[in-house]
Design a protein around this ligand. Sequence first.
Ligand SMILES: [Zn+2]
Length: 256
Amino acid sequence: MDVSAYLVGDLLIDTGFAYVREPVLEALRDRKISAICCTHSHEDHTGNAAALSRIHGCPVYLRHADQLWEEGVRDLAPYRLTWWGPVEPFSPLEMPETVESGGRRLRAVPAPGHSSTQTAFFDEASGDVFTGDLFVSPGATAVLNWGNPWEEARSLRRVAALRPRRMLTGHGLIVDDPAPLLELKATRIEEAARHSVDMAAEGVAPRKIVRKVFPRGRRKDRFLEFLTSRQFSRLNFVMAAVRLAPRPATTTAVQR
Ligand SMILES: [Zn+2]
């Protein structure tokens, strides 16, 4: 899986993972970097933040900076350590509302769901939005233990509402006019989450809900669940959808 980092003027979005440190440092050696903006805390995006910030003498911004080491980043599960490598410690600053330098300006749009620290960076001048791991594929998918499908759907709609000209994701995918695709994914997530909640209310067991909501690709899902020490699975999606379901609207709200 590719991991992306983007240089917008002298603002760097994400830093790649530990095992590509040398080529990343080399590629950026003669470039000016005045700030590093992390789309979220995970090791494939923050792996080289410490080294780059040290070499270029610039700050690193992260939304909910105090949560850098949560979501398993401090003690990486074996699959994460094997795939990406560890995050060298650094001290991120809290994400400001906008990050500006050299005539370029990025608006930091909260986009939690995949990670509580997830941010989308909107370059209003160009219409580009940098979305990290908000969008990897267009469907409802397996999520990490701490994933929140409801919040993810709201974040997708929030970014779609910016009407970006182009979306540049954290894993190689670049999409022109992404709003319809972002909304489609939000709708699919909400439908799958609602379906999960309804079945849970009828007393259907979680594994059975998974099979109903995600009828295809069961073996791959179970393999990923095993490989990731249960950190990433469709079962997580169903459990989170049920646990975090929004409360039904009150009578007053409905009648208004
Ligand atoms: Zn990622």
